[in-house]
Design a binder for this molecule. Structure first.
Ligand SMILES: [Zn+2]
Length: 171
């Protein structure tokens, strides 16, 4: 995602386009623009900003995150599942973590716990730990967190498919 760029997503049902969203990328945030059509109500145009955050990578470069528009939590994937038609992170969407009990989700969760156990209670650096080691652990946690977000996105999509929910009904 580069500042100044914009792109759109759209999705189809029975081969017909039935929803779309515009995304405008700026330096510190992205602007989302789309129309939601609640069941039986008039279409409502939604336009708001989602702040971006970046974390430094150990091997150089940086990793980009969204800040959840609802709770400001750092997340790799936003979901469009809320009743008010806004996007949010997997935690705010209050869906059970669909794949927590499944292989990948459980494995990632345990991995994150193991990493977090090496840090202080609030995720800080223990006094005796070298700064480089701390940085590396922190980065691994970021990577796991991102993988968990993506894993959740797949899990949620599978779950919604099973329930017969279509994305355009939720936006
Ligand atoms: Zn959130």
């Amino acid at each position: 995602m580069r500042a100044g760029s914009s792109f759109g997503w759209h999705w189809n049902r029975d081969g017909e386009p039935c929803g779309n969203i515009g995304v405008y990328v700026r330096v510190n945030d992205v602007e989302l623009s789309y129309t939601r059509t609640p069941n039986g109500a008039a279409p409502e145009h939604m336009r708001y900003n989602v702040p971006l955050a970046s974390t430094r990578c150990h091997l150089g470069g940086s990793r980009q995150w969204f800040r959840c528009p609802r709770c400001s939590r750092r997340c790799a994937v936003l979901h469009g599942l809320a009743r008010d038609g806004r996007f949010g992170c997997r935690v705010c969407m209050r869906l059970a973590y669909a794949s927590e009990a499944e292989d990948t989700g459980g494995r990632l969760w345990r991995k994150q716990q193991k990493l977090e156990a090496r840090l202080t209670e609030n995720g800080g650096k223990p006094k005796w730990m070298r700064a480089r080691t701390f940085e590396r652990i922190y980065e691994k946690i970021d990577a796991v967190e991102e993988a968990r977000d993506r894993d959740f996105a797949f899990g949620a999509a599978r779950l919604l498919c099973r329930l017969g929910v279509k994305l355009d009904e939720l936006l």
